[in-house]
Structures are given as structure tokens and as C-alpha cells.
Design a protein around this ligand. Structure first.
Ligand code: LUZ
Ligand code: MOS
Length: 755
């Protein structure tokens, strides 16, 4: 089944925030944000801006009717700077004017004086100065200190990974409309309608039932709108609260890039110990997460880093410690993978380091250490693993041995072009790491004409979740998908939602939909049994017909629905799903936090131009654990997109803040994202079909985040190619591997590994 949005997307008929028709009297908001990364506001001069054409009002922190606080996990983030500014891009004032252009003109006339304070941009420096968002956490398994004593090979080093701009095509924004009795309707480009509702309630000092958040779809989120859509919604809602007029704020790209947080850069230390058979016996890592100026989701991201500290490997002795470090950058936030990719890059670097020293290809080590069913993850969960299955199938299907030989042959015959090949296995835990968040609800109505309308907490952001929800209902009722509609996500229909995140949205909301549809179905079967005068067990529904003992009766779906209505049987249901079996004890740092894991292996091949340092990816060949995919087209799209986004993070996307905490890569002229020319020339995705029971919706495993991490293989493929040109060089584990860095590595004589 195709994505139900494809046709409207193609015709430009899909509704995004900017497509909502504006009501008469709508005003436009634009934030004035701090030009200084850290300091105390000594003077804020609004006079000239207030006189500017079309300005209705300028709001500051003292206009906030409730609490000036939008911190989700920790209350450490003012909506509008009061006295202190903590990062460049922090909102200081909100101009509201008759048009977007007039608001922007007025913003330029605001004058601020800020007495500067010391600026920290480096996470290690922050940690040394005790600037931590939360207490550090440590996961341990076995005894790594003792285990290192018995290792034949021990290697230590340092790894750095940079941030990543989400670059959702639709920028952040909100549109707020005053309703009766002081209620406010909030259209928001958010992954978390309830997060927006909660933040606005706090800022306005209103009960949540006054705030209706409505989301039709997003033009991408990638984690950037899990928490950080709250700001714009709360700003607009505050203006609507005071002015009793609709207020819209749709960010320009440069505002969005400057004012919002990104993927967390990490700086990490590793120590890896192997025995003579290349088994990883001990592993230690310390992570310094660059959290930015406020907690945002950083503590949760930090937690997921620890959960994935050994990626797809079983290591019997592990100690991993993670620090969330407060710096003067915009608060970094969720980004596809949520701290997992940063960690996986660290253990893959440790393995590559060991392989360098031992003179072997890293895959020799990777392969020997894949986690098997029954092995224990460092947090106590026992693996039900497909790691070896994916790896071995990839090796066979894409003939890894031959590919390696072809690369060697190419390299022996070419001097100015070199190829490199890398294998990248992944293991990603599915569930929010916070157990309580793993719940969802679905409201299903069947109308008397037989058509069906579904509302859930799931937000459609291009990932195809609405199509999957629709498929669930179509399958349970066995009716034509055309007779089903999935509604916008709305906090008045579905309450207390978890954000659409953690790859778990289709599982959670799909399961809730299944539960609701099955409840209605059971009532309908009872009605059919009475109408047709047979036992209810004999009734089934197929292709909009009622069957008795598998044989078509005279009654169809529409007649059955009408019969139920005439008998006053409810045709609506509110289904609730909470993932069973999961638990975690943060005191012990042990438990069973994930419903299941997703596995896979990718083989990445790169070619570099050794004169220029430029490169291309010849192919990415993947065997991915989809379980039993319920939508092959959508799932394939998610894997392709993830791979390209992962490659972008690892190779070309370079977030640059200067020492003053100002974003230098602040536009698409200075921040390079993958385009059609830089995607791999070939991407082959093989579906590992598994029949094991799992907690996914219809056994169709979550697919949103895991494939991004295949992109890490791109770094190591480039590294292999560089090694072939310049065997002397020990390329630093410092991503992204930009063409500049490749060129430097190719032609440097004794560039020391940076440890
Ligand atoms: N968001 C969140 C996430 O709040 N908790 C998670 O565990 C998570 N994992 C991945 C992506 N977003
Ligand atoms: Mo996400 S990083 O699942 O919002």
C-alpha cells in the first residue's frame, strides 16, 4: 500500500502550518534573540521598535502570566530571557505586528546591552568546571578493571562527533487562535502536541483543558520538534492571551538554525581490551555530552547513549560513564538516534583503532563479537538477537569477501583513486527509555454509512505513520482502506500523548488502534450473530462482508454497521495501550527497558579522489531486521532516508560555533547537507524476514531511527580508503570526515592519532 499522503504531497495539496488559511485580524510574531552567548542584560531599549510601522506590542519576560519556564525534564529554561542570557539565539523579546515583514523590521530596531560573562562551548571544559546538567551516570557489567589485566591487547583513545542540524524542510512555527472563554487553539509544527499543551499551560497559568493543540502534519521533525516546538507555540499563545487575536510565527530558516538546538556533539574516551582470539573482553568509555545551555532532553539522550554503549556487540565487562555538560550553546535536543549514534561511533572507533594496531580489517573484530540471543546487554536486558543473522546474510548476499578483494585490486591498480569498505552492524532498543512514556491511545469512530475516522497521539511527519494506522484498522475490520480516514492529532480528542519519537509511534498508536478496532469488531460480531441467528463464534468479517463459518452471508459491512446503530450498540471506542514487560531501575541501572531490539548490518563502499580529497559512496548494501514489514514501501523509504542522513552527519554536515558561541554555519550556503549528487550510487536493502514473536505492531518492527546508524560505516569506509593511500596516517576519530579532513589525512606524514 502506498503512503496515503503521496498524491497530495506531489500536488502540493498537503496542509502544513503555513498552509492554514489565516483568520481576519491575524497578527505576526517575531522573536528578538540574544546576540551574546552569555551575560547579563543591563539595558533593553524598545522605544524605536515600538514606533516602527505596524507594531502592535512588544512582549518581554514580565508579560508572562504564568511561569517563565519551558524546561521539560528539568525546570532550567526560561521562555524569554529575564536578566541572564545563556546562549546566542535565546529569545529576549517578542515583537507582534500587523505583518511578518513589519515585525521583522521592528526587531532590527531593538537595542540591547549585555554585560558579558565567560562563554563555554567545550563539553570537557564544562565538566572540569563542574557545569553539569545532571549527576553523571555509570552503567557496569562484570568487572572491567580486572578484565583488562587479562587482555592481550588494550587500546585507548579519544573520539569526537559533531552536532547535526535537523533541517526539517518545514521550519518551526505556531499559529494560535483565541476561542471562547479564554481557551486557545494552537496549531503547532510539533512532534509532541501534549508537550506544547503542557508548556503553554505553564507559561499562561491556565489549566491544560483550555489549550487545544492541533497538528495535521509536519514537514519533518527528526527529533527537532520533540521538545523545541514548545517555544514558538508558547510565545504565540502568550501574545494571543494578551491581545485576544490570532498570532502566527513561522521561523525563517536562518532564525531556526540560529535559535534551535541540534544533535549533541560528544567528546569521548575509550579503552578496549581484546583476547588473543579478538574477543572484546573489556570496554570502558567516558562520554562528555555537549548539552548546551539548558537540559531540554539531554538527560534522556545521555541515558540512551549508555544503553547503546556496546552497540551490537556482547562485551562481558563494561563500564561506561556519561556526563551531560552545560555550555553556552542553544540547548541541544533529540535527533534521530537520540544519543545512540554518538556512542556507536565510539565503540566502532575503538574497534577500528584495535584493527589498525593489529593489522587486520575491523570486520574481523566486529564479526567475532556480535551479540547473540541469551547474551546480556550492559543494562541487564537479555538479547533476542538477529545480529549474526543480519551480518552473515549481508556477507553472503553481497559477497563481502569478493567486495573486499575487488577493493584491494582497485587500490593496487589505481594511485589517485582509492576505495575503502566497511561493515556497520547496529542494534537499537525500541521503547522510550522512560518506561512511563510507552503508552498511547486511539479514538475510533465508525459512522452509520460505514466510514471510519481514527484519531491517535501519533504525529505524521513524513514517516508514514498515518498510513500504518490506517492499515491496522483496515486489517482488523477487513474493509477497504478508502473508507478510513486518519484525523489530525489533537489534544482535545487524544489526551496525555507521548511525543512521536523513539521509533515507537506506529507500535504504540498502532496497538492502541488495534485494541479499539477489535473492541468495536467484537460488538459488531455480536450484532451479526443476532441478526443472522447464529453463534457469534461463527461470524467473521472479510472484504466488507459478513461471513458465517467462512461463507459469505447476505449482510455486508454497511448493513452490519447500520444494524448495530439501530440496536443502540456503540460504534466508537477509545483504545489504550501500554507496552507490557518493560521496566527499568535507575538506582541499579538494570532492567528490561526495551520492548525489543532492531538489528542490521550494512556494507559501505567509498571511493576517494586522492588529489582533491573529495569522495563518493559506491554502494550501501544492507540486511535489515524489519520483523514482518507491514509496509515495504514506507519501510524501505525510512531506511534509505536514514542512511543518507547518517552519512550526512558522519561526512559533510559541519556545525560550527565560534569561541563566542555564535553559529557560523548558519545558512545552507555554509552548512552542507546531502543532496542528490552525494547520495550513494547504489542502495540495496534486503529484508531479513523473521517470524519470532515481538511486541511490534503486527510484528512489523520499528524502523524510524535504527537505519541512520548505518551511516557511521561511511566514516570507516573513508578511513580505509585513506589508509590505502597513506598507510602511515592514523586518521583521528573526529567526525564529520569532510573533504578537507580527508585531504589533510591523505597528505599528512605523521599526523598522530589524536589521543
Ligand atoms: N525521546 C524520548 C526519544 O523522550 N525518549 C527516548 O528514549 C527517545 N528515544 C529515541 C528518540 N527519542
Ligand atoms: Mo526522535 S530523536 O525519535 O524525536
Amino acid at each position: 500500500m502506498k503512503n496515503i499522503d503521496s498524491s497530495n504531497h506531489l500536488r502540493g495539496q498537503s496542509i502544513y502550518l503555513d498552509d492554514i488559511p489565516l483568520l481576519t485580524g491575524t497578527l505576526f510574531a517575531v522573536a528578538f534573540d540574544s546576540p551574546i552567548a552569555h551575560g547579563v542584560i543591563t539595558k533593553l531599549d524598545l522605544t524605536e521598535a515600538l514606533d516602527s510601522e505596524g507594531v502592535v506590542r512588544i512582549f518581554t519576560a514580565k508579560d508572562i502570566p504564568g511561569e517563565n519556564q519551558i524546561g521539560g525534564i528539568i525546570p532550567d529554561e526560561p521562555l524569554i530571557a529575564d536578566h541572564h542570557v545563556h546562549f546566542c539565539g535565546m529569545p529576549v523579546a517578542l515583537v507582534v505586528a500587523e505583518s511578518d515583514e513589519l515585525a521583522r523590521m521592528a526587531v532590527k530596531k531593538i537595542k540591547v546591552e549585555i554585560s558579558p560573562l565567560p562563554i563555554i562551548t567545550d563539553p570537557r571544559e564544562a565538566q572540569q568546571k563542574g557545569e553539569l546538567i545532571v549527576q553523571p551516570r555509570t552503567f557496569t557489567l562484570g568487572n572491567s578493571a580486572d578484565a583488562f589485566e587479562n587482555c592481550v591487547h588494550v587500546f585507548e583513545g579519544k573520539v569526537d562527533s559533531n552536532g547535526q542540524e535537523h533541517l526539517y524542510i518545514e521550519t518551526q512555527g505556531a499559529y494560535t487562535v483565541p476561542m471562547e472563554n479564554g481557551a486557545i487553539k494552537i496549531y503547532s509544527s510539533t512532534q509532541g502536541p501534549t508537550a506544547v499543551q503542557r508548556a503553554c499551560a505553564k507559561v499562561l497559568g491556565l489549566p491544560m483543558h483550555m489549550l487545544e493543540v492541533d497538528v495535521t502534519r509536519l514537514g519533518g521533525g527528526f527529533g527537532g520538534k520533540e521538545d523545541q516546538a514548545n517555544t514558538w507555540a508558547a510565545l504565540c499563545a502568550m501574545a494571543t492571551y494578551h491581545l485576544k487575536r490570532p498570532v502566527k510565527y513561522s521561523l525563517h530558516r536562518m532564525e531556526d538554525m540560529r535559535m534551535t538546538g541540534k544533535r549533541h556533539p560528544y567528546s569521548s574516551d575509550y579503552k578496549i581490551g581484546l583476547d588473543k582470539d579478538l574477543k572484546i573482553v573489556a570496554y570502558e568509555a567516558t562520554f562528555f555530552q555537549n548539552a548546551g545551555a539548558a537540559a531540554d532532553l539531554s538527560p534522556a539522550v545521555l541515558e540512551r547513549t549508555l544503553f547503546h554503549c556496546t552497540n551490537s556487540y556482547f562485551v562481558p565487562n563494561v563500564k561506561a560513564t556519561a556526563y551531560s555538560c552545560r555550555t553556552n550553546l542553544p540547548p541541544n535536543t533529540a535527533f534521530r538516534g537520540f544519543g545512540g549514534p554518538q556512542e556507536m561511533f565510539v565503540i566502532e572507533s575503538a574497534i577500528a583503532h584495535a584493527a589498525d594496531e593489529l593489522g587486520i580489517h575491523p570486520s574481523e573484530i566486529q564479526k567475532r563479537n556480535l551479540i547473540r540471543t541469551g547474551d546480556e546487554y550492559p543494562y541487564g536486558q537479555i538479547a533476542v538477537s538477529e545480529a549474526t543473522e543480519c551480518w552473515e546474510k549481508a556477507e553472503k548476499l553481497f559477497d563481502f569477501e569478493k567486495a573486499k578483494k575487488d577493493v584491494a585490486k582497485f587500490n593496487s591498480e589505481n594511485h589517485l583513486y582509492k576505495k575503502g569498505i566497511a561493515l556497520m552492524p547496529i542494534s537499537f532498543g525500541i521503547s522510550f527509555t522512560k518506561t512511563l512514556m510507552n503508552q498511547a491511545r486511539s479514538l475510533v469512530h465508525v459512522y452509520t454509512d460505514g466510514s471510519v475516522n481514527i484519531s491517535t497521539g501519533a504525529v505524521e511527519m513524513g514517516q508514514g505513520v498515518n498510513t500504518k494506522i490506517l492499515q491496522v484498522a483496515a486489517q482488523v475490520f477487513s474493509i477497504n482502506p478508502d473508507s478510513i480516514r486518519v484525523n489530525s492529532t489533537n489534544t482535545f480528542r487524544i489526551a496525555n500523548t507521548s511525543p512521536s519519537a523513539a521509533s515507537a509511534t506506529a507500535d504504540l498508536n498502532g496497538r492502541a488502534t488495534q485494541i479499539a478496532c477489535e473492541a468495536i469488531l467484537n460488538r459488531l460480531k455480536d450484532v451479526a450473530a443476532i441478526e443472522l441467528n447464529v453463534a457469534a463464534e461463527k461470524i467473521s468479517l472479510k472484504d466488507q462482508c459478513v461471513l458465517i463459518d467462512g461463507i459469505k452471508s447476505a449482510m455486508d459491512w454497511k448493513q452490519l454497521v447500520m444494524a448495530a446503530f439501530l440496536r443502540r450498540v456503540s460504534l466508537s471506542e477509545h483504545g489504550h495501550y501500554a507496552t507490557p514487560e518493560i521496566h527499568f531501575d535507575p538506582k541499579k541501572e538494570k532492567g528490561h527497558p526495551f520492548a525489543y531490539h532492531v538489528y542490521g548490518s550494512a556494507i559501505v563502499t567509498a571511493t576517494i579522489d586522492c588529489l582533491r580529497g573529495t569522495y563518493e559512496f559506491d554502494s550501501v548494501n544492507v540486511v535489515h531486521d524489519f520483523g514482518s514489514s507491514m509496509n515495504v514501501i514506507i519501510d524501505r523509504g525510512q531506511v534509505e532516508g536514514g542512511i543518507v542522513q547518517g552519512i550526512g552527519w558522519m561526512t559533510m554536515e559541519e556545525v560550527i560555533y565560534d569561541k563566542e558561541g555564535r553559529l557560523r554555519s548558519n545558512a545552507l550556503s555554509t552548512y552542507k547537507v546531502p543532496d542528490v549528487y552525494s547520495v550513494p550510487k547504489e542502495i540495496n536493502i534486503d529484508f531479513l524476514q523473521t517470524s519470532k514473536d515481538n511486541l511490534a505492531i503486527f510484528r512489523s518492527k520499528a524502523v524510524g531511527e535504527p537505519p541512520l546508524m548505518y551511516g557511521i560505516g561511511a566514516f570507516f569506509a573513508l578511513r580505509e580508503a585513506i589508509k590505502s593511500f597513506n598507510p602511515e596516517v592514523k586518521t583521528a576519530f573526529d567526525s564529520p570526515m569532510t573533504p578537507e579532513k580527508v585531504l589533510m589525512a591523505l597528505h599528512s606524514r605523521k599526523l598522530k592519532m589524536n589521543n
